[in-house]
Design a protein around this ligand. Structure first.
Ligand code: HEM
Length: 579
């Protein structure tokens, strides 16, 4: 198998030759073998690679394209604006959108064309970036030259002027107010909320076992994590208990409906919802607007209530409240009480909606894939449980115990490396710029005009064979080892010492090779919230249960929208642990 993979054709348009890929500290064969382990989508990728091995030229590949692809490529040639200097060009086909997640195709093209390439796709073209040096330039060094582009177009109807899609003028004052809300005492109080909510989930599982009078129960853990994350984000952001672990309600249904629509819009080829009558004529658009109305009414009620009970206070004093004993420790309370910030209800609602959506599916996905990976690595599951037993025994998680649960924390970040949520960051250049060439790219860089749409593929970055050893392997321990830059000019290597005191590896330690929460100005504000939440939920699950997949890993089909998730749930068998 490995030999067959090494015989891949040399590609057109520059890029890497396949046998250049293995780099540091391993043989070519070992790297390619390791690149075909663990998960079913890797097998999927393996199949794709095999298919490509059999094909000897790009011509042959083109003949397999269907009529729609040909029409789309004709449009591309007409509209995509020609080449961008020496930047390699990959030609996408409409059929690449179907049958498998889009980011797999972006990965294959990355290996073919290099870490910066132009993807011409139907009437659109994008620059795809899979390199930490270029990512650092876009996200940090020249961040004010890029806005959210396509992403803002898609999300604005849902999140309005919330932080994620916001233009810089809206974003600056709101970020200044929201970021301080995630202060140390708030996060510490949230650990208690995470623990309470996770225990509610665990006790639901235990009741199922008792009722069935057995030691094993079968469950869709993805759905359970989704309910858990919804309950947590509701309490943390606006002190509202959805109670979705144990019940259904119109608001919960509306939240899921809205998420579903956001996902549909992020993957659908033609934005038909922008047509004037679409919101009244298309049934799913009508439903979407009804769902939005339900959520908005709920949020408006919470905002009204918070404003009526406002106690205006200086931010420094707000940050010292006794959060562990407050009846309402939520972010909404903080935002409303902050002195000198008289934000209108509409903006506040957009902020809450943004955090509801940003903090829900993402965390649920981390937990889902962590279980998926652990179930295939029983020795790592045992190691995790040994740590939990020694740190927690049968006790609860606390802020202090999180500091000692090192291996669980590493599992969480390794899951985020392999399954970044979202797998792509999206930007549009506000002015012309010159992107650095990145590793093995053009030394003079690549000039791009204003208005260029960019996909920064975090998935490619996290699985780049140039920056990670055995990139497709699930190996939480990797984060404990520093890694020299190994002669990669412009990249500082992986050094935990660069971010002393950080509980989790981040973009600074990895010099932008690891970007689970983005980086620079628009970095996630909820990163620590999400990391603590995932660590608590995973630790409490593994404290009580051994988990295995119900079917084979290959039967878990991967789909993607804003996040990477499964097509039909993560069906698992939970067995009560004997202590
Ligand atoms: C594992 C869970 C999470 C992941 C993987 C994640 C990931 C990300 C990423 C990658 C970005 C940057 C987007 C970009 O640059 O285009 C982002 C932004 C953001 N996230 Fe998260 N997030 C998570 C949880 C949360 C939570 C829990 C909250 C809030 C409670 C949150 C709120 C936000 C907000 C408001 C932004 C926009 C920041 C800005 O533009 O200033 N996220 N998130």
């Amino acid at each position: 198998m490995a030999t067959a993979l090494l015989q891949l054709p040399v590609v057109v348009n520059g890029g890497f030759q396949r046998d250049e890929i293995p780099l540091v500290g391993m043989s070519k064969t070992a790297n390619l073998r390791s690149a075909t382990t663990t998960t079913n989508h890797l097998n999927f990728r393996k199949k794709c690679l095999q298919i490509r091995c059999q094909s000897t030229s790009t011509e042959e590949k083109k003949t397999r394209r269907n009529l729609l692809d040909n029409a789309s490529n004709l449009l591309t040639n007409l509209l995509s604006g020609g080449s961008l200097g020496t930047m390699p060009v990959a030609e996408g086909a409409v059929s690449d959108l179907f049958g498998r997640p889009f980011f797999f195709s972006l990965y294959d093209w990355f290996l073919e064309h290099g870490a910066v390439y132009k993807l011409a796709f139907g009437p659109k073209s994008f620059v795809v970036v899979s390199d930490p040096i270029v990512a650092r330039h876009i996200l940090r060094e020249n961040a004010f030259s890029y806005d959210k582009g396509v992403l803002a177009d898609i999300l604005e109807p849902i999140m309005g002027k919330g932080l994620i899609p916001a233009d810089f003028d809206t974003w600056k004052p709101r970020r200044r107010v929201i970021a301080p809300g995630f202060h140390a005492l708030f996060l510490e109080a949230m650990v208690k909320t995470f623990t309470d909510c996770s225990e509610r989930t665990i006790s639901k599982f235990e009741k199922l076992l008792e009722r069935a009078n057995t030691d094993v129960v079968e469950l869709d853990l993805e759905a359970e994590f989704s309910s858990l994350a919804l309950d947590i984000i509701g309490l943390g952001v606006f002190n509202y208990d959805f109670g979705s672990v144990t019940k259904e309600s119109p608001v919960i249904k509306a939240v899921y409906g809205t998420l579903f629509e956001a996902e549909h819009r992020s993957t659908f080829y033609i934005p038909y919802w922008k047509l004037p009558l679409a919101r009244w004529v298309v049934p799913r658009q009508r439903k979407f607007h009804n769902d939005l109305k339900v959520i908005n009414e709920c949020l408006d009620g919470l905002i009204k209530n918070a404003k009526e009970t406002r106690q205006e206070t200086d931010v420094e004093i707000l940050q010292q409240r006794d959060y562990l004993n407050l009846k309402d420790a939520s972010l909404l309370r903080f935002l409303v009480d902050m002195r000198g910030v008289d934000v209108d209800d509409h903006q506040l609602r957009d902020d809450l909606m943004t955090m509801l959506i940003a903090g829900h599916e993402t965390t649920a996905a981390v937990l889902t894939w962590a279980v998926f990976l652990l179930a295939q690595n029983p020795s790592k599951m045992k190691k995790a449980q040994a740590e939990i037993d020694s740190v927690l025994g049968q006790g609860r998680t606390t802020f202090d115990s999180l500091k000692k649960l090192e291996y669980i924390r590493l599992i969480v970040v390794e899951t985020l490396r392999l399954f970044p949520q979202p797998p792509l960051l999206i930007r549009r250049s506000l002015k012309s710029d010159v992107l650095p060439g990145g590793y093995k790219g053009d030394k003079n860089g690549y000039a791009i005009p204003a208005g260029t749409d960019i996909f920064l593929s975090v998935y490619n970055l996290h699985r780049s064979p140039f920056f990670w050893d055995c990139p497709d392997d699930f190996e939480p321990e990797r984060f404990l080892r520093p890694r020299q830059s190994e002669g990669i000019e412009g990249w500082a290597g992986f050094d935990p010492g660069r971010s002393p005191g950080a509980m989790y590896p981040n973009e600074i330690i990895s010099d932008f090779a690891f970007l689970p929460f983005g980086g620079g100005l628009r970095k996630c504000v909820g990163d620590q919230f999400a990391l603590f939440e995932s660590t608590v939920a995973l630790a409490l699950l593994l404290q009580k249960f051994d988990v295995e997949l119900k079917g084979s890993p290959e039967s878990v089909e991967i789909v993607t929208g804003a996040t990477i998730h499964t097509k039909s749930g993560l069906w698992c068998r939970l067995r009560r642990r004997q202590h």
